[in-house]
Ligand binder design. Sequence first.
Ligand SMILES: N[C@@H](CCC(=O)N[C@@H](CS)C(=O)NCC(=O)O)C(=O)O
Length: 201
Amino acid sequence: MMKLHWAPQTRAFRTLWMLEESGLPYELERVDLDSPFLRSEAYRAINPMMKVPALEDGEVRLAESGAICAYVAEHAPQAQLAPPVGDPARGRYLHWMFFDAGCVEPAYTERLANVALPARAAGWGSFDRVMSVIEDLVSDGSWALGERFSAADVMLGSNIWYGIHLLGVIKNRPALEAYSARCAARPAFLRAEAVEAAAAA
Ligand SMILES: N[C@@H](CCC(=O)N[C@@H](CS)C(=O)NCC(=O)O)C(=O)O
């Protein structure tokens, strides 16, 4: 059974949401950010960055929330959370999975740290460009791949949710707010949220 190393109110949420979407059985191991285990050699062997989330599946160990979501999707084909190899939708699926880590995350850093880089040199262009691209993607009320929900929505949707509700960097973008609300209404998202609420109680 897969074991997720997770801490509440962190990027591990998206992997918890993903596991809930997958329908796979899993074990949850809470690793708070101040826990000695996070700083231990045992955990370094699981994630050399010594951060959450991380996943163990038998002898397989991996970290990076995007990689974990992709891995879970591949191991739950019945949940149809990733277009398989050969499906034309797989190209865009990979595009948005990598876009999240490669563009959305640094765009938030730009905004939070108030750094300005030339848009031609910054891999993400600019915060505003990244947000407008996602807005265009979901403004018709769809998911990242159109009609079909996928792991790309877990990645983008969780980050958009953080950007609105936790970081406060997304303002006056109704299409992103509507997308975030669609994500947050999914039963799997609500189950993951309930796990986090129970952990906080
Ligand atoms: N790129 C990583 C980022 C993971 C990350 O930064 N996790 C934070 C919590 S949101 C963490 O574990 N911080 C604890 C620390 O750095 O000591 C991912 O997407 O999984």
